[in-house]
Design a protein around this ligand. Sequence first.
Ligand code: ADP
Length: 533
Amino acid sequence: MQQFLRRHSNAAFVILVALPLALLLALQSWWLMKLQQAAVSADRATLTNYLDTVMADLVSDYGPSADRALRLPSELFTGNNLNRATETFRRADFLGVRTFFVRQLTSGQPQTLLFYDRERGEMEVRPPSAETRAVIVACKPYESFAVKGIELDRSRLSVEERDPDHRIVLMPILGSDSRVIGVAGLVLDEAYFRESRLPQLVRQSLPRFFPDDMRENVVVRVLDGRGCTVFETVPAERGNDDVTHQLSFVFTDWQITAANRFAHPSKIARANLWVTLTLSGLAAIVLVAGLGLALRTTTRELRLSRMKSDFLANVSHELRTPLASIRVFAEFLKLGRVGDGQKIREYGTFIDAESRRLSKLVENLLDFSRIESGQKRYVLQPMDLLPVIEETLVSFRVRAQQSGTPLVYEPPDSPGLNVDLDPEAFSQALFNLLDNALKYSPAGLPVELTVERQGHEVVVAVRDRGIGIPADEHAKVFDRFHRVGSSLVHDVKGSGLGLSIAKHIVEAHGGRLTLESAPGQGSLFRLHLPALG
Ligand code: ADP
């Protein structure tokens, strides 16, 4: 599993994070859209319920009152008793009625039409007018019932509104044989309905359906049969999504509409949807970025830990090799087997060179830890560079000789290449370059060292004819622990620190370390130091 993750980290990232996240986002969007639809439906349902209630109030307001006022005893229509209708009308008189009337339709009797005079409390005959004509027309259906002798099972209110100026509620009066013998009726007062009763009906139910802070946003409007606004709670434009009901029982050609205008829930829900989706998108981006970062860090940690373990193995090997040689030669000397003075000197030189190399290796490790912890200090002093180079070559020559590598070094003719130098540190940097030239070249191929003044710089160049370094590795070889991944390099042990330390040292001197190399063509490392004078 760990192996798979390491190798296919991108695929793992998509499978483990991006896919579930995309799924989650899609589900959330779907769910939010459903929620938005539900919110809109709920809003419409509330508006519909509200209008239903207004309608019910309207019917219960006019229906029972009209029924009470118009249910007259049938005896009034059989004798000459129509005037007695005043008793019922006086008791039942309610606001919203322009006038009451009775019409006698008993066969063999004149079709008397009497209106109730409120002021005098009497029934009266009125001269022909638009109103009397409208009443006569409204009574016509019952007149024909009476003439034809049609029986009705019971008397029930009906409303005649064909003439919008005269809206009439009628109650047929039935005789004992269930035939129509007369009609009692009332003409509605439209002005009162429009100006007083309707606003009251609309407003009284609002608090039951809408909380205080929402109420002012609810626009309720009533339109007459011609589509003109007769009443509205708040002046506002008409919208397509208004909920509309036709008025019932009376004023049936009128419409009542309701809408949540200023902060329409569908708009709020839509806005909410986008805000939530945007926030989720942002959260997802942050999450993905965070996870990406974590993944990168983990990959780097894994790489680093691999490098560290390689490093430990390599360093131990590097330390072990010179130690083993020193032990062998020291053993020879200790046992006194070597009598030849020449040989003794040779062994001594070898032990000296190997122990110097060992010191350099240990110095590298110490330098690295000092550089990492920021404690590495350089003490620069103006001095001639050449003696320091000579000193560095002392141990290196022995090593080169042993491995059969010719070292080509011609000290420059012009002495006095003065630079500001920390000799120990510089020697370490140069040693690392020479050591690499030796390590990464097949035996027998020369390593060349040149020192020269180039303008304001003194350039120390180490050239080998070894395996070389591919161009894409040129920058990386100066990174700590980095080793080129070719098999040629892996045959050679190394810590991966030499170049990074050399670079640090030369930069601390105000200089730079450059590289020219190609695979199979050898490498050329140059230490550029600012020249003095
Ligand atoms: P190491 O201890 O591995 O030599 P360095 O930091 O000195 O570490 O070098 C880093 C890597 O750069 C080496 O592992 C090697 O791959 C490459 N390298 C350095 N010097 C040379 C060279 N002269 N020729 C070829 N490759 C080199």
